[in-house]
Design a protein around this ligand. Sequence first.
Ligand code: GLY
Length: 302
Amino acid sequence: MRYAIVVHGGAGGTSPEAEQGCRRAAQAGAKALRGGGSSLDAAVAAVQWMEDSGRFNAGAGAVLRLDGATIETDAAVATSAGLQGVVGAVRDVRNPVLLARAVAQETPHFMLTGEGASALAKALGLAPHPGPSARALERYRALREAIARGDASLLGAGWSEPMAAKLMGLLGGDEGQVPHEGDTVGAVALDSAGMFAVASSTGGARAMLLGRIGDVPFRRCGYQVGVLGGVAATGIGEEIMRREGAGKVYQLLEMGLVPQAACEAVVKLFPVNVSVGFIALTGDGVGVAANCPMATHAIVKG
Ligand code: GLY
């Protein structure tokens, strides 16, 4: 395989717009690879495209927190050559994936969160967040109606309606303003030098308190990468962390499973009512599996 990239637009829903977005994001990554860029350049380019598009729950399209007013995002980058940078609960950053890359390449740290991460983004001149997208606000409206109907299933795994009502009351939020859907975006790429890279970015999943950080910035949970390949997860972060989802996919790759079989096997470890998906890439092929609709696209050049 000369180079390859696989991207996903998040577990829990897809649309022609999301499928097209994944295709264009993969093309942005492939363009970087064709131009001599590294797999890190490619994975970051693909995720940045999805963050900028506003079509996904990441970057410009990220959903709001339980307070109904705040956007906080998580992101991660990592390579099989040992580079790693992650950010959590970052406010006012349009492209958290660029901030994660900056943490890896321009600081001695591995993880930055909250105010410190936002301050670094500002110091580096990264673009500020444009504010809630029309798509994010539309989701609120739809969810508000669902909550009004007493449809607690939209709150997501681990939540009960009384718990959400209580926490929203404490936070001064509106009962109808509960974020919905968990479409993290992610990319795994391989370059001609044989290096794998993973990049992921998310506005979070379902109902979230301020300060909540999901699976995306945690190795073996939201991502895993090594000499065999790379894995990115999507879905309800707490459930992915509980089962160390991406790490389990990678373990199966180490045991000799092909990426498709490894992704499928780990999806089966999750209850059917917990949306989850994985993408994986090795030197031999691509794996994509989810227990719900998930937009993806892969480009492989042999
Ligand atoms: N998988 C995204 C999140 O739970 O934050």
